[in-house]
Design a protein around this ligand. Structure first.
Ligand SMILES: NC(=O)c1ccc[n+]([C@@H]2O[C@H](COP(=O)([O-])OP(=O)(O)OC[C@H]3O[C@@H](n4cnc5c(N)ncnc54)[C@H](O)[C@@H]3O)[C@@H](O)[C@H]2O)c1
Length: 251
């Protein structure tokens, strides 16, 4: 029970990595506020948790909506007195293909979702944690936040931005006792990758071959890293960008 009594806020919690993080944090004793814009899948998460469900609350919101993000964090603090940790997973792949053929509106929508969304979450998590004098935030970036990712310039730009926000907030809030870290997953077997890169056998083979371990990771492997970084065992770690990528970025 590594998070017994901790109050946690998890975005993108209805699917994939966020769902695995919410599930693992509940199993480790945390109270979890599960955030997602997918109402149906969020209800399924609540139903799946049965007895542990009394420690789970769900809120349907879009992280692009700053006011909704702020209100959900205020509600969590009102209910429990504080927020100890947050894992920001909500994200999409967005437009792919050569940049000169990328629709500008699709680029802007991706940046709003994957970069502004993290900014909104970070801003209001830090606002709530600041008076507490402690807290821990984990942003889910990507291997594409460390190196280039073919045919996904907008996604890669947003994820490099998430890494920049993480490193700067780590410096700015270190003296307030708030740690801010990022995880850079490689290809992870979730609905997102199954619907996009792995939709064809060739795509799946291509992405697997980019990993020295020659396989995709699991959402649970990312949840394990998030548990470590969010919890007290990582008390001297801030500003880190932890590659959990089967060696992808070490080629
Ligand atoms: N799967 C991978 O290979 C991989 C690799 C590196 C990084 N990531 C990152 O991990 C995160 C989670 O991805 P996943 O693979 O679990 O995807 P997923 O599609 O399985 O889950 C993402 C969840 O986020 C929610 N979401 C997306 N945008 C949102 C928004 N604006 N507001 C609220 N909810 C929103 C979706 O509804 C969904 O439930 C993303 O940020 C993604 O970029 C994934």
């Amino acid at each position: 029970m590594k998070l017994e009594g901790k109050i946690a806020y998890v975005t993108g919690a209805a699917s994939g990595i966020g769902e695995a993080v919410a599930t693992r944090f509940l199993a480790e004793g945390a109270v979890v506020a599960a955030i997602d814009r997918d109402a149906e899948r969020l209800s399924a998460l609540a139903e799946a948790h049965g007895a542990a469900g009394e420690r789970l609350s769900t809120t349907v919101l879009d992280v692009v909506d700053e006011e909704a993000v702020a209100a959900s964090l205020d509600a969590l603090v009102a209910a429990h007195g504080r927020v100890d940790c947050a894992v920001n997973c909500a994200g999409i792949l967005g437009p792919t293909g050569p940049l000169h053929e990328t629709d500008t509106a699709a680029y802007r929508a991706l940046m709003a979702n994957n970069l502004d969304g993290i900014f909104h979450c970070l801003k209001h998590q830090l606002r709530c944690m600041h008076p507490q004098g402690r807290g821990s935030i984990v942003n889910i970036a990507s291997a594409a936040g460390i190196v280039g990712f073919p045919s996904a310039a907008a996604y890669t730009a947003a994820k490099h931005g998430v890494v920049g926000l993480t490193r700067t907030c780590a410096i700015d809030y270190a003296e307030q006792g708030i740690r801010v870290n990022a995880i850079a997953p490689g290809g992870i077997d979730t609905p997102l990758i199954r619907a996009t890169t792995c939709a064809t056998p060739e795509g799946q083979a291509m992405i697997e071959s980019m990993h020295p371990v020659k396989r995709l990771g699991t959402a649970e492997e990312i949840a394990s890293a998030a548990l470590f970084l969010a919890g007290d065992e990582a008390s001297f770690i801030t500003g880190a960008v932890l590659a959990v990528d089967g060696g992808w970025t070490t080629w």
